[in-house]
Design a binder for this molecule. Structure first.
Ligand code: G6P
Length: 488
């Protein structure tokens, strides 16, 4: 599909770059980053590029995932630019401690996911958040040109739109939030000064996007309550400017998952997996390690299902994949220990010499093995306690080239608004999840096909390219109408 950017260059700005640098035995290695934003957005970003990056190409600005010594920075910068179209924002460990592990992941992340008891309210974390948003602002200004389009992503950079607006008043700026925007009653738990700064920061954009109508409404409500600004038809007037706030449910690269599932080597791998697991039914669980994902409840629900349905024992395996994430935050470490113990306890209780009920991997799976696992699995059990969207649910459905397979989905995931043919569960109810596992395993094949077909049509139509194109189209349209209004 032709991008609607025309001759314009897109500057994508997010905390994490699509590549993460690691250092092993003194050598820098580059690997694909983990998480919904990158796995979803990379397809669009890559579609804008030629095979070799040139001056005209779009640029992704962000942190490379590691603090890099000064002397190594020029070489890393050059490699990131040439090979990945990326412009690194180098930040040292002490800064990332307070910014990324601190305000982003100990304040905003838990609060916006309704885990207010885990939320830290510390001034020095907030100050570092402001400071790092300024560092990003300087980085963007270093390379931005007046005819660029800027698209900022996610909760790490909510002050950046207004900071950039001050420096580049005429550049179109879009912002998209990849996590939930909470109800005002939750948002107002932030000290008023911080809350108002976040609102004003976001309103520096011309267009602010959210995954669901609820998040959009919550945001508009907070704007009204905190800044006293009225809104009509998703438009907020601030000073001389109008800001558009709208809903754009993010899609996936449907073709990539659907076609990969049909590749002969992926089919072979999927058959090998099934044989390895004794030709039993497979229930799949894949997440980044995160307390929002509801992994503990899911494990308990699987145990309850086995207890309530002894005839299913030895006939089903739970394939549990947990992708390491944010190891520097305490809660993530204690959660890892908790999962390890729970898996051991359940396997000890139900396992036999012939059967391990839960097969557990704590690692990142690249595309082919992941799709092989999606296609081998009879059921995907996706039960986050709260999730902005959850792209894994969409990927699972897309990878079902034969339309077999059942998605069990939490009603607390943004994806539940679209994937209405999934079996919906309340992730807080272990009984409900256990019941849904039985229902999924016993669902007739024609019913599975009917449901998947409907969801696949939607996912193929509203894929990530369409999502991004709609956002960009609306962003450029906003600027156009602003210009016309100013000329009158
Ligand atoms: C979520 C967030 C992303 C983030 C990803 C991985 O999907 O919305 O912005 O990049 O998690 O988390 P990390 O902390 O490793 O960047």
């Amino acid at each position: 599909m032709e991008s609607n950017l025309g001759m314009k260059r897109l500057l994508v700005v997010s905390n994490r770059l699509p590549v993460t640098i690691d250092k092993k035995q003194g050598e820098y290695i580059f690997k694909e980053s983990v998480g919904g934003l990158v796995s979803g957005f990379s397809a669009y970003f890559n579609s804008l590029q030629n095979t070799a990056f040139t001056e005209k190409d779009s640029v992704w600005i962000g942190w490379p995932g590691l603090s890099v010594e000064m002397s190594d920075q020029p070489a890393i910068r050059e490699r990131l630019s040439k090979e990945f179209g990326a412009f690194p924002v180098f930040l040292d460990e002490a800064t990332m401690d307070k910014f990324y592990l601190g305000f982003c992941n100990k304040t905003i992340w838990p609060l916006f996911h309704y885990f207010f008891s885990l939320t830290k309210f510390e001034d020095d974390l907030w100050e570092q958040y402001v400071a790092v948003n300024k560092v990003f602002c300087d980085a963007v200004c270093q390379i931005a040109r007046p005819d660029d389009v800027i698209w900022i992503h996610d909760y790490h950079l909510m002050l950046l739109p207004e900071m950039l607006r001050q420096r580049m008043p005429d550049v179109p700026i879009g912002f998209f939030l990849h996590i939930p925007f909470p109800d005002y009653e939750i948002f107002r738990l932030l000290p008023r000064r911080w809350g108002a700064a976040i609102m004003e920061g976001l309103l520096g954009a011309d267009l602010i996007g959210f995954h669901t109508i609820d998040y959009t409404q919550h945001f508009l409500n907070s704007v009204a309550r905190i800044l006293g600004l009225a809104h009509a038809l998703g438009r907020v007037r601030i000073g001389e400017r109008t800001v558009r706030v709208d809903t754009f449910p993010m899609g996936i690269d449907f073709a990539k998952y659907h076609e990969t599932a049909k590749q002969p080597r992926v089919i072979r791998e999927s058959e090998r997996l099934r044989r390895m697991l004794g030709d039993r039914k497979i229930i799949l669980s894949v997440d980044r390690l995160d307390y929002t994902k509801g992994i503990a409840n899911r494990l308990e629900a699987f145990a309850l299902f086995l207890e309530q349905n002894p005839h299913w024992q030895e006939k089903v395996t739970l394939a549990l994949v947990v992708v390491p994430s944010r190891v520097g935050v305490d809660q993530y470490q204690s959660m890892k220990r908790n999962i390890d113990e729970t898996v051991g306890r359940i396997n000890g209780r139900f396992g036999t010499l012939r059967w391990v009920p839960i097969v557990y991997q704590y690692r990142y799976l690249p595309l082919s093995p992941l799709v092989a696992l999606y296609s081998a699995s009879d059921v995907a059990l996706i039960t986050p306690l709260r999730d902005g969207m959850n792209l894994v649910a969409k990927e699972y459905v897309a990878a079902k080239a034969d339309n077999q397979g059942v998605l069990i989905l939490s009603e607390m995931a943004g994806a539940a608004k679209e994937l209405d043919q999934a079996i919906m569960v309340n992730p807080n109810s272990i009984e409900e999840i256990a019941g849904s596992i039985k229902e999924a395993l016993e669902m007739p094949e024609h019913e599975q096909q009917r449901r998947n077909q409907g969801m696949q049509v939607l996912l193929a139509k509203y894929d990530v390219i369409r999502w991004a194109d709609l956002f960009i189209k609306q962003l450029l349209g906003m600027r156009e109408s602003e210009r016309k209004a100013a000329a009158k």
